[in-house]
Design a binder for this molecule. Sequence first.
Ligand SMILES: Cc1cc2nc3c(=O)[nH]c(=O)nc-3n(C[C@H](O)[C@H](O)[C@H](O)COP(=O)(O)O)c2cc1C
Length: 409
Amino acid sequence: MGLVRTLRSVASFAVPTVSRHKRQIERAANISDLRAIAKRRLPHGIFDYIDGGAEDEITMRRNSAAFQQYEFMPRVLRNVSGIDTSTTFLGRTLESPIIFSPTGFTRIAHSQGELSVARVAAAHGLPYCLSTLSTRSIEEVAAVSTGPKWFQVYVWRDRALVKDMLARAQANGYEAIMLTVDTAVLGRRERDVRRGFTLPPKLGPGTIIDGITHPAWTWDFIRHEPITFSNITDPNGGPTNTAVSLSYYISEQFDPALSWDDLAWFRSHWNGPIILKGVQSVADAVLAQQHGIDAIAISNHGGRQLDSAPAPLDLLAPITQATNGSLPLICDGGIRRGSDIVKAIALGASVCTMGRSYLYGLGAGGEAGVEQALTMLTTDLERTMSLCGTRTLAEITPELLAHVPVGRQ
Ligand SMILES: Cc1cc2nc3c(=O)[nH]c(=O)nc-3n(C[C@H](O)[C@H](O)[C@H](O)COP(=O)(O)O)c2cc1C
């Protein structure tokens, strides 16, 4: 009796979680753990489509590695009770400087796909950007989300199709568009080439074996309606349910002639903020500002387009300087921790966007995994701010960072 009382005073017993999978998700300590679970759960071809980058994946690796170039110069005794991570972006107050980047074909990670991501974003009042190449439509996402929604635009050769999508987005309460400008042609994603990856995934001996060895994903996949490009209802928009390689689809459908002159067309068909996504140079950031663009996402598409493109983090300071700090900047690429967000803000970002971080969560555990990915980033962000002695985002300034000396990186 005495022993039990003593044990009780030092230990409280956790209620065991019944499902092994649920237990794994709950125990994931960081985004890298969610990635490892997603890797086990998803067929190889699908995991590689999400995880991979272009060519030698130099840019993809650099996007994350760039954050390690900096260390913090923390301040102490600063009263960090009541950390405030809120910010205002494009007229909206956000509880955290985190936005969900658009990802095409999200339902291949989990049947709920875009709906799950939109629901999590809405529950936290954070913007979710729906991809043109989404597998749930503009209307389906609007039906589950009262939160801020943006629409990402790829420009079809057939402008009537683009005009129609813009009108649908506007009618359904989407607040801003992200015009992706880094995809004149598709980057060469060599993992997809090797695996013969198509959208929707094509059934062949390889994919069948891949499916059998990943039964949880396969069971989820076959119980739900087929995956299609839900926004493309017009037959001129290309095949929506025939298996094609993404590079074939894009080279057939997207307009490689897109130029700065086309921005006026978007202004006349979109009543709201326009964000250019995929700016990768100081010169183009300045041009965007001159063209009256509302914000830019410094992005190389997560290293999936031009390999050896610069890491977004490295462009923040020079772009902030060249645009006099008056153009709202989004840092997109490589965000895996809250400390990455603090570093990006110190270098001039207003907000950060994440792609793979939430996709790993979705692939690992559906909606609960997306929620967990976001929680990891937000709690990390608050802890890092506390430990750095910064109570608000405004207190995160360039003086908080120093370059890690060469040789120690
Ligand atoms: C699987 C996948 C699909 C993507 N699809 C799109 C897309 O349809 N449109 C787009 O503008 N960007 C797309 N992106 C790029 C993301 O919006 C974002 O720029 C990138 O994921 C950021 O890098 P991160 O994954 O390191 O966070 C995609 C990225 C991934 C990983």
